[in-house]
Each structure stands twice: as C-alpha cells, then as structure tokens.
Design a protein around this ligand. Structure first.
Ligand code: UDH
Ligand code: MN
Length: 296
C-alpha cells in the first residue's frame, strides 16, 4: 500500500484546533464505483446551468477533479477540439463527468476552441491542448476526444497504458464495428512520453480527415503498437450531426500522409505556433480560445 500523499486536516478537540495529517493510499487497480453498460440518449435539452448544478458539486474550478479518498493512477488531461458545438458540449459534460469520477481519475477537462471562421484544424487544436494543460498541472496522460462521442460503458477507462490506446472502437454510427483496422480517431489516449515520442500530432491537416491516420503512422514509425478495449466495453454513441462549415473534406490528406515519416520530426508539438486569445474557467471545464493561424 503506497503512501504517496499527505493531506492536512483540522480537527476541533475540546475547542482546540489541531493539525492532523491523513495518509492517502493508491486507488485500487479497478475502481469499485464502476457499473458497466450505461444508458445514453440525446433527446433532452438541459441547459449548461442545469448540468453545472447536477454535476458541478464535486468539481474544482476549470473542470478539475481528484478522488477524495485515494491517489489516482492516472493524471489525465481530457482534450476536446472544438468550435460551435455548444449543445454537444452540454451533453458530453453531462455524461462524462460522472463516468470520469467513477473511474477514480485525477482529471481536468480542456475545451480547445478554434477562434475565427477559418478552416478547422483539429490536430493543431489537440497539440494546443497538450501544451496548455501541461502549464497548469503535471498531467501524465492525455485523452483526446471528439465532443460528440459518449461512452456506453464506464469500464472503458479514460486513462493511459503501456501503449497508445484507441478507446472508441464500436461507434453506433459505424454499426458498432471498426470501420478499418488501423483507425485511431474519435477517442484516443497517449501518455506524455508516448505523445512526445511521436512529436504529437501533425499541424498540417486543414479540414476533415487524415490527422488520425497520420498519428497512427507516427506510432507505427516509432515501433509502437496500439491497444483497444473489447467491442462490448468500447461501445460509443455519436451525437448526430451534419458536416460543419469550414471543415470540408481535405483533398490533400493523402499526399501529406505519404510524407509522414520524413516530416514528423519537424512537424508536431515541437513546431507548434499559436496565440491564446482567452482562457475561461467554468466549474465544468477550462475553455481556451486560440488563434491557430491558417493554411500556408
Ligand atoms: N469539431 C468542432 N467543430 C467543427 C468541426 C469539428 O467542434 O466545426 C470537432 C468536434 O469535437 C468533433 C470533431 O471535431 O466531434 C470531429 O469532427 P466531426 O464530428 O465533424 O467528424 P466526424 O467524422 O463527421 O464525426 C464527419 C462529417 C459527417 C457528416 C455526416 C452527414 N450525415
Ligand atoms: Mn462527429
């Protein structure tokens, strides 16, 4: 039983206040709070305020949480690339906060909002999330998630493991099957070391597609492999939506992908440039509005 954190408590004994130190031990390997399959549906319309009231009481400002009674195995920054998906964000927060807490994670939620109406660049936003989250806390694990993907089983742990992990393996939109064997998009996790070993995501995919196949390439080039939960644990629902404006299919994705092995050392977290325009701390999340530039 590893003793890894000391907390200070004050106790009143016969009117006298004394400082007592309480020792917390590691959380169990498997959280006792997990329930397995979850009921997920989207035909409701709670406001953000209602979700804040329902889910916010256990959270610290910025969408931060630590298990009260043990030291988590995972210090996780959840990174969500975002623009103009407010309703999806409400639903994501409503479902995910209770799940992440039952998983006994030490976590923070970071919404990385692309400023302006330029072409969307999801991978660049995810790189920004990595860099900004690390400025706030010594996160050891990064989960990158689409805002519209909701897990249907809380045994699908939003943590990091010995290999990069693909969590969203059975999405309803794809008939609860893997659309192809090397897919590594939707919800994925990488430890800080794994992420740095591949130089993060490419910054060069503008519009829809390619960045997920690129990160799969990076992992393979660095002789790593990926893990996945089984198809029952890895079930997800995607909130239904149309393609967003300024996120059209990227017709250049194939040619960029062909060059990954020669460009990845210079294109990634080590070449990321951006300007933070605003950081807002809500109870449920940290909302970072960023100017990521535009295609060259
Ligand atoms: N995202 C935004 N805003 C945008 C574009 C993308 O927040 O304007 C984020 C969001 O987290 C989203 C993720 O990027 O979940 C991935 O984008 P996506 O959900 O559009 O990708 P997906 O593969 O859909 O789900 C592709 C278009 C499907 C059109 C189907 C028409 N029936
Ligand atoms: Mn989607």
């Amino acid at each position: 039983m590893a003793v890894t954190r000391l907390t200070e408590q004050t106790q009143t004994l016969k009117g006298k206040t004394t400082e007592v130190q309480t020792k917390l031990s590691s959380c169990p390997e498997t959280s006792p709070h997990l329930v397995g399959p979850l009921h997920v549906e989207f035909n409701w319309s709670r406001t953000m305020e209602a979700v804040r009231t329902e889910c916010g009481s256990s959270l610290l400002e910025g969408g931060r949480y630590k298990p009260p009674d043990c030291i988590s195995h995972h210090k996780v920054a959840i990174i969500i690339p975002f623009r103009n998906r407010h309703q999806h964000l409400i639903q994501w927060l409503y479902y995910l906060h209770p799940v992440l807490q039952r998983q006994q994670l030490d976590y923070g939620v970071y919404i990385i909002n692309q400023d302006g109406e330029g072409m969307f660049n999801k991978a660049r936003l995810m790189n920004v999330g990595f860099a900004e989250a690390l400025k706030e806390y010594n996160y050891t694990c990064f989960v990158f998630s689409d805002v519209d993907l909701i897990p249907m089983n809380d045994r699908n742990i939003y943590g990091c493991f010995s290999k990069p992990r693909h969590l969203s393996v059975a999405v309803d939109k794809f008939g609860f099957m893997l659309p192809y064997s090397t897919i590594f998009g939707g919800v994925v996790s990488l430890s800080k070391e794994q992420y740095l070993a591949i130089n993060g995501f490419s910054n060069n995919y503008w519009g829809w597609g390619g960045e997920d196949d690129d990160i799969y390439q990076r992992i393979a080039i660095k002789s790593m492999s990926i893990t996945r939960p089984d198809m029952a644990t890895g079930r997800f629902k995607m909130i239904k939506h149309e393609r967003d404006v300024h996120n059209e299919l990227n017709l250049h994705r194939g040619e960029i992908l062909e060059k990954t092995s020669s460009t990845m050392e210079e294109d990634g977290i080590n070449s990321l440039r951006y300007t933070i325009n605003k950081i807002e701390k809500d109870t449920l999340y940290t909302f970072i509005t960023v100017d990521i530039g535009s295609p060259k």
